[in-house]
Ligand binder design. Structure first.
Ligand code: SAH
Length: 249
């Protein structure tokens, strides 16, 4: 058994990132549990994607990033590394201690910070939220808190670049109609729980369950407007995914 894995409790994605960083390969499987889906798996090497392997929407966001850049929920730091290669100087934040440790080892200006912690101050020209960046908002009810927080840390004229997906395709019938019960929770709200299953250890790392929001562009634009922002659809991906730019109206 690899005793290095033991202190990873509660930080499954960080544990996966840490092992990959140390060993140069995935040392296990990163599993996503949800009450709505069958178990899914995130290939750990995808978290270390280089610019060339990133989806076009992420590449577009990195090209647009300018000035003081904040990489929110930075994970392995793949976007921060790509930004640095472009001569930009990002600050990366994440709540995963092991992810932040790995980013620091790679020389990234990384901080163990929760986006919603008001002790973290700054004035950023570009706030990046990528790989379903709306996930960190958690639920639609948190939209006003999210936009309020963006107001605090955006520099004048700055913007938030966020990608997300419209999950309506999950409810699409074969004839193209949609069956979504409006009395239910918003259809983009998912509950996730991550687990890292190391291949060389019987000890798995189970994280706390959390809400993870996918939001369609129109709903995002509605909440943006309610909170004094405007939302621009920058680009659309191949599968109901998109990149949005949020600016103070
Ligand atoms: N942006 C990275 C990782 C995406 S996974 C990539 O594209 O590969 C989402 C990340 O957000 C995780 O690393 C998680 O720890 C972090 N995160 C979740 N909630 C957060 C919060 N409130 N503040 C900062 N980071 C958060």
């Amino acid at each position: 058994m690899n005793s290095e894995l033991l202190p990873h409790g509660g930080d499954p994605m960080g544990a996966a990132i840490y092992d990959f960083h140390k060993n140069g390969a995935a040392g296990g499987r990163l599993v996503v549990h949800s009450s709505i889906f069958d178990d899914d798996e995130i290939p750990v090497e995808d978290l270390f994607r280089t610019f060339d392997r990133m989806p076009a929407l992420e590449q577009a966001a990195l090209r647009m990033a300018e000035g003081r850049v904040l990489d929110v929920g930075a994970g392995s730091g793949c976007h921060s590394l790509a930004l640095r290669a472009m001569g930009k100087k990002p600050v990366a934040i994440d709540i995963s201690p092991l992810s932040v440790a790995v980013m620091k080892e790679m020389g990234i200006d990384a901080r163990l910070v929760n986006l919603y912690d008001e002790n973290f101050a700054g004035q950023f020209d570009t706030i990046l939220m990528l790989m379903n960046g709306s996930g960190i908002i958690g639920r639609l009810e948190n939209m006003s808190d999210f936009f309020g927080r963006m107001k605090q840390i955006l520099a004048p004229g700055g913007c938030v670049l966020m990608d997300s997906s419209d999950l309506r395709y999950l409810y699409e019938d074969e004839d193209g109609s949609f069956e979504i019960d409006l009395a239910d929770e918003y259809y983009g709200l998912l509950d996730y729980q991550m687990e890292y299953v190391p291949s060389n250890s019987p000890v798995t790392v189970l994280g706390e369950p959390f809400d993870w929001l996918y939001v369609d562009f129109d709903t995002l634009a509605f909440y943006a407007e309610q909170n004094g922002f405007s939302a621009e659809l920058v680009a659309e991906g191949e599968h109901y995914d998109y990149l949005a730019k949020l600016t103070l109206a």
